[in-house]
Design a protein around this ligand. Structure first.
Ligand SMILES: Nc1ncnc2c1ncn2[C@@H]1O[C@H](COP(=O)(O)OP(=O)(O)OP(=O)(O)O)[C@@H](O)[C@H]1O
Ligand SMILES: [Mg+2]
Length: 295
């Protein structure tokens, strides 16, 4: 099979898993396989999952593993092609025009060429990703962008070629490794998904979560990491407005460590609840579970 993508010398999913771990990212087997295949097949990886399960971090860590620049396009409502691809630096073009006028430049054709010179081009993430060989492009939270942007992105991801009328066609010498993430606040169109390999990122198993806590916060005791992971796992089983992600497990542990805790007791848990649950209703539900009255 022809190897299309940037593999960075990684030969198997387990090797990729080990390399991610060297950079403190603990992936389960499913994620390592999905990620390896995306690299090997040269296809974007569409990562969906709840908040704080490690979608953005995976792209950051993958860039480290591949020793490639990470280029991030953060999506939001109203994001359009000019903000994602390129723009002309209008104020600087105007200044240039004024300076040319003062200098008495008369050649209008040359002036126009000068104005659309590369030095006045503002390269946004998608253009940078196309121009920088072998970069990792993170299109983060695509579900926040509009349908039109999604269609435009699909076009870019299909051939990694863009046309700038004033400069001509720019083609990626080596297409970027692309990670697209979504929190699933809305469904992303099938056409975009079809272009990508898909992986749903679950909350980690209890064992993996303990390992992540210990890896990221080595000052935590095994007992504390175990107790936090157990408590967080239970909270996820409840019908909460915002179930805690790995980010919250880490924040909670850090808060407990800041208070000098070596293990979790109900008093400390209640006192530090703001590190793990960010809605009043969720906090009240947890406190009721633990037989404590909201303070
Ligand atoms: N598998 C993992 N191994 C180690 N650390 C992890 C892992 N997953 C997540 N983390 C930690 O959790 C934090 C949150 O992860 P991240 O921001 O990637 O989540 P996300 O899925 O992008 O969330 P959101 O949807 O809110 O953007 C990271 O900063 C990282 O420290
Ligand atoms: Mg994220």
């Amino acid at each position: 099979m022809k190897v299309l993508g940037n593999l960075g010398g990684v030969r198997s999913p387990s090797e990729l898993g080990r390399k991610l771990e060297e950079h403190d990212y603990l992936a389960d087997e499913g994620l390592a396989v999905a990620c390896f295949l995306a690299l090997r097949m040269g296809r974007p990886l569409f990562l969906e999952g709840e908040a704080g399960v490690g979608k953005t971090e995976l792209a950051k860590t993958l860039a480290k593993v591949l020793d490639a620049p990470l280029i991030r396009l953060q999506c939001y409502e109203g994001l359009d092609a000019a903000q994602a691809l390129y723009d002309w630096d209008f104020p600087r073009q105007l200044l240039h025009l004024k300076a040319a006028e003062t200098a008495g430049v008369r050649d209008v054709g040359k002036l126009e060429d000068d104005l659309y010179d590369r030095r006045f081009l503002i390269r946004r993430p998608l253009l940078r990703a196309i121009e920088e060989p072998g970069s990792v492009l993170l299109v983060d939270e695509i579900d926040r962008a509009d349908d039109e942007f999604e269609a435009f992105l699909l076009e870019v991801l299909s051939d990694f070629t863009i046309s700038i009328p004033e400069l001509g066609t720019i083609r990626a010498e080596r297409p970027p490794v692309v990670i697209v993430t979504s929190n699933r606040t809305r469904e992303v169109h099938d056409a975009l998904k079809r272009r990508c390999l898909y992986h749903w990122l679950e909350h980690p198993s209890h064992e993996r979560e303990v390992a992540i806590i210990r890896r990221r916060l080595p000052e935590s005791t095994e007992l504390l990491a175990e107790q936090v992971a157990t408590a967080v796992h239970r909270l996820r089983g409840r019908d909460l407005l915002k179930p805690p992600g790995i980010a919250e497990s880490l924040d909670w542990t850090e808060a407990l460590l800041a208070l000098g805790a070596r293990e979790l007791d109900p008093g400390l848990a209640a006192a530090t609840l703001g590190a793990v649950l960010k809605y009043r209703e969720d906090q009240q539900a947890a406190l009721a579970d633990w037989g404590r009255r909201p303070g």
